[in-house]
Design a protein around this ligand. Sequence first.
Ligand SMILES: [Zn+2]
Length: 253
Amino acid sequence: MAVSTLAAATGSNIDHWGERVDLACAFRWTARWNMHESVANHFSIAVSDDGCDFLVNPRGRHFSRVRASEFLLTNADDPSVMERPDAPDPSAWALHGGIHRRVPGARVILHVHSKYATALACLKNPKLEAVDNNTMRFYQRIAYDLGFQGMGMGDEAERVAALAGDKPILLLGNHGVMVLGPDVAQALDDLYHFERACETYITALATGRELAVVSHAVAARTAQQWIEYPDLTENHFKALKEILDEEEPDYRD
Ligand SMILES: [Zn+2]
């Protein structure tokens, strides 16, 4: 659907259009990387300064089909969105809304049950050790939530938001992972590299042989080098969009 047609059909859905296109790109690539879970899991992006207004994907839409126009604009304090036929599931709305409200700096929240991050979350001690470039990227940048009580049960949003602090990765014990970022490009790059880090770590653990864990100094230096690496995140996201523009440009619709 062209943007002009879309405007007539949906009115305010052309607001925040750049954020919508970026978020749709993140959904398409998460499906390509096989990190999605059926038609569940949610990504969201805050569009107000206090984080309370946020865009989130509608219920039942496959990640590989998500389009920019489809995101629901909702408010963390307004549960009436749950009365819409395309509303997200209540636990996802409560969790994303609760974190956006409590951590306004987390503009983007990506939540998946990807294979290797979830495998790590299933370990009694889920600490990701610094054993390669990708694991060192997240050295001292992961918060661990070990209080799983069931899907959306208990004080999940409050508990998880309190843990997040300034860390970009929340490993949800017995559950999956949440990535918190300042924009879609950064959050998606972190999601990609975190899954790669977990894949390497779980594969190394599976050998049963002793891990070569590096020192604090080496891990901390390498983590800082990742932060200072010029244009890596921007170039990654630009390349991802260029590929979609050639192969499935309807993510922009
Ligand atoms: Zn989940």
